[in-house]
Design a protein around this ligand. Structure first.
Ligand SMILES: Cc1ncc(C[n+]2csc(CCOP(=O)(O)OP(=O)(O)O)c2C)c(N)n1
Ligand code: SF4
Length: 269
């Protein structure tokens, strides 16, 4: 499919800032979607509220732009009513993990067949850069001008613990791995989760001595550690609370029965 067929041109120009990682994720997603041969008339995109949650507005398909934190609840209703459709959710760390945290946990547990893509930019981007649940320890934001003293929440480890069938985390610097995981997630029956650590140069980078996207991508390169290594370190009781370290990789790939199978309305979209 031509990239100009995939995007909804009448919505251009888009709202994203120059250098925002959301563009990289959208390009990886387009490639994954196209390489799988999926069709827009059989796919519905769902978003919550935030910069990340606006992605569905730009894709040339039916979309639900929902309320803050509730995208998974809307997506669950949609999938159970129309199990023949593929359902893909775009969300942010604030939308998914903070205001929508309970829906996230129970979405993984319930294991309805959908793909959830969380663009984690470590901050509330759209509202001006407040600290979020994933702001790294000691990093600056408008609400933590002396550095965040809290430790961040690990969204991908939560998805594993709560029961998602597929979980992976990459950064916008890992475009090949990210594209492969997006494909694996969309092929998986049940709840699949891909976390994309992404640069927000406007509201996170420039407050943390990374004024442009190049500096942020360098930060991702220097601080990404494969999950096998962090797991080994955890077993060795090495301190894992290193500020800014990003654990990357495929976290889980399994086949728990999905909710549609349990209630007898299965049809994998
Ligand atoms: C119920 C409710 N509370 C607060 C807001 C204000 N609000 C809009 S976007 C946003 C943060 C979004 O952060 P995130 O999901 O991380 O997305 P980003 O913009 O960083 O991509 C907030 C708090 C809202 N729209 N609705
Ligand atoms: S505020 Fe941040 S996340 Fe939002 S569009 Fe700008 S760079 Fe991207």
């Amino acid at each position: 499919m031509d990239i100009f067929e995939f995007y909804r041109k009448e919505q251009w120009p888009h709202v994203f800032c120059p250098g925002c990682g959301i563009g990289t994720l959208m390009n990886c997603f387009y490639r994954a979607f196209d390489e799988l041969g999926l069709t827009l008339d059989k796919t519905v995109f769902v978003g919550g509220i935030g910069c990340s949650s606006r992605v569905p507005l730009y894709i040339n398909s039916d979309a639900l732009h929902t309320t803050h934190g509730r995208a998974i609840a809307f997506a669950t209703g949609l999938k159970l009513a129309r199990p023949d459709l593929k359902v893909v959710v775009f969300t942010g760390d604030g939308d998914l993990g903070a205001i929508g945290g309970n829906h996230f946990i129970n979405g993984c547990r319930r294991n309805v067949d959908m793909t959830v893509i969380c663009i984690n930019n470590n901050v509330y981007g759209m509202t001006g850069g407040q600290a979020s649940i994933t702001t790294p320890h000691n990093f600056l934001s408008t609400t933590t001008p002396f550095g965040s003293k809290e430790y961040p929440l690990d969204l991908s480890e939560i998805a594993v613990a709560a029961g998602a069938n597929y979980v992976a985390r990459w950064t916008t610097r890992h475009v090949h791995e990210l594209t492969r995981s997006l494909k694996a997630a969309m092929q998986k029956k049940g709840f699949s989760f891909v976390e994309v650590v992404s640069q927000c140069p406007t509201n996170f980078g420039r407050r943390n001595k990374m004024a442009d996207s190049t500096a942020m991508l360098e930060w991702f390169k220097d601080n990404s550690v494969r999950r096998e290594k962090t797991r080994a370190a955890a077993l060795d009781h090495v301190d894992l609370n290193i500020a800014g370290q990003i654990t990357i990789g495929e976290f889980v790939d399994r086949n728990r029965e999905c909710f549609e199978e349990l209630i007898g309305v299965e049809k994998h979209g």
